[in-house]
Design a protein around this ligand. Structure first.
Ligand code: BG6
Ligand code: MG
Length: 219
């Protein structure tokens, strides 16, 4: 199989924004008197904003406490905290190994895309100053079915004009690995806390991303 495209998740793959998502949810949870810790935060990786809030409510036996409109408003409040926090991101926050890996891919004619369900993805990429490295950035607002559904990875493959089997997806979350597999693509997992399906290529960190090893495999 010849690899035509690399499709990257953002949070936890291109940069470590999980800590800001954590801090923003923690601030909201503290205000509401809810319990929230790193273990619960792990369950939110790759999960949409509103579904993340539902998980926090569920963990606090409070699923029925708010109307859908109130839930929306509270999730938006978290987003305001998050938006304020990410303004401190700079190119120094790009995870190690990412820029050389993408540069090598582009040199070899391999296209690159971003498949993030974060509505803040364009701003994060802008702050990291890497928007120009990508041929396509999926619009999270248009995604109807979040990961683990394959929709966002298929949208990227389609936009680039390639078959799923010609694409490799790179993810740090279990929901993301499932999404890549459901799309019929090869998956690279970055330090995934595996609870179900395993990534095809499991790496501990983005430092291990090696263009030759990942894109010129003979299997
Ligand atoms: C994912 C993160 O990339 O984006 C999740 O892993 C987050 O933690 C989701 O909830 C949605 O992000 P946002 O920025 O639209 O609230
Ligand atoms: Mg992620």
């Amino acid at each position: 199989m010849s690899v035509k495209a690399l499709i990257f998740d953002l949070d936890g793959v291109l940069t470590d924004t999980a800590k800001y998502h954590y801090l923003a949810w923690k601030k909201l949870a503290d205000e509401l008197g809810f319990y929230f810790d790193e273990d619960i935060n792990e369950l939110l990786k790759g999960v949409s904003r509103i579904n993340s809030f539902e998980i926090i409510l569920q963990k606090n036996n409070a699923s029925q406490k708010f109307t859908p409109a109130e839930k929306e408003a509270l999730a938006n409040k978290k987003n305001e905290y998050y938006k304020e926090m990410i303004e401190q991101l700079t190119p120094d926050d790009i995870l190690e190994g990412i820029v050389p890996f993408i540069t090598e891919a582009r040199k070899n004619g391999v296209k690159c895309a971003v498949a993030s369900i974060s509505k803040n993805a364009p701003r994060v990429l802008q702050l990291l100053k890497i928007s120009d490295l990508f041929d396509y950035i999926a619009d999270a607002a248009l995604v109807k079915k979040p990961k683990p559904d394959p929709e966002i990875f298929l949208t990227c493959a389609n936009a680039l004009g390639f078959e799923p089997c010609e694409c490799i997806g790179i993810e740090d979350a279990q929901a993301g690995i499932e999404s890549i597999h459901a799309a019929g693509m090869t998956s690279v997992g970055i330090n995934v806390a595996v609870t179900s399906v395993k990534p095809d290529i499991a790496l501990k960190s983005t430092r291990e991303l090696d263009f030759e090893k990942i894109c010129n495999r003979n299997d």
